[in-house]
Design a protein around this ligand. Sequence first.
Ligand SMILES: [Zn+2]
Length: 417
Amino acid sequence: MDARTLLVRAGTVATMDDAATEFADGGVFVRGPVIEAVGPRATLPASADEVIDLPRHVLLPGLVNTHHHLFQTLTRALPAAQDASLFDWLRTLYPVWARLTPEMIHASALTGFAELLLSGCTTTSDHLYLYPNGSRLDDTLRAAAEIGIRFHACRGSMSVGESAGGLPPDALVETEAAILADSQRVIEAFHDARPRAMTRIALAPCSPFSVSRELMRDTAALARSYGVGLHTHLAESDSDVAYSHERFGCTPAEYAESLGWTGPDVWHAHCVKLDTAGIERFAATRTGVAHCPTSNMRLASGIAPVRAMLDAGLRVGLGVDGSASNDAGQLLAETRQALLLQRVGFGPQALSARAALRLATRGGAAVLGRDDIGRSRPAAPPTSSPSTSPTRPTLVRPSTTRSPRWCSARRPGSRWR
Ligand SMILES: [Zn+2]
């Protein structure tokens, strides 16, 4: 282990610990990758291999980004998609994304990581759901290792193309057998369950309008057999909700729950249109939400009921979403957007500055299922660690493999073709 020491002293240290402790004229002392001490300057070592003095700054834990599509960094602000709502925006961009190559995916990820790091984000997830021209999740994993960001790579997928009633063109979807096989490959090759891990894998069908219910269910079973997270888009817009009623006969939250897509290992992006019943079910099941305010405004999707989610006890973090629906990827700016948008929607008391920063730190860590990031605190003594190379376990079906009556299957509706 690298044992070099680092001492950072700042005008204010906001630890984001359980008591929301803040120190005036404090600092953090780090040895290798481990925080050894946090507190007032007088309690810290006086020297270190590297000392950084920031007397006019606030020192925060690294911000945590819970939703991104790094491949979109090269396709931001395309004129043809500038004024479209979600589904038209996707239809405009799918043919552009179909021409991406592995080299472009890598360069796009590297650019997005740099932008995140410059905005204070040290941990990010990414949702890569299309693999044109030989692209692989490995292209983004390589970029993360090169730049040194902590990375939760979501193996996304699309399996229902236009000809089957889905939204994406057939050329951009994969077979479900290939998706599950590659999902297993990347878990076994890259997932690291140890504390302070720099690389974790999650499984992430793109959305209910681009994969089948069978793939949602089988992906959940595969992820749970390895103990990795589950991620998708849910209830993003009115069109999204209408598709769910038309195609599945239920709300997006009901659809998710009917397929085992609720629980402490699941986080859904957006949930702008999550209704009261959905909020209650997500709270009861400890399901997480990635709130992406800029994207929601950019696509005119609406204002996510984050205040109500927090009051109900949901795990909520922030996400910049892909650059094609944000035109940037800066998490500190996104934190301010979250504050402003909740106030626009629900009044000046809806979200304080400290509460917004907590979403960007502890909230994001909780959404990604981690208690070793998102706050500045001395590390606990090491404990025994799980293996870094998961062995193939027995596949276990989720407990809710049968759909409740309110989620009756329907034939693909012509309306969505
Ligand atoms: Zn997204």
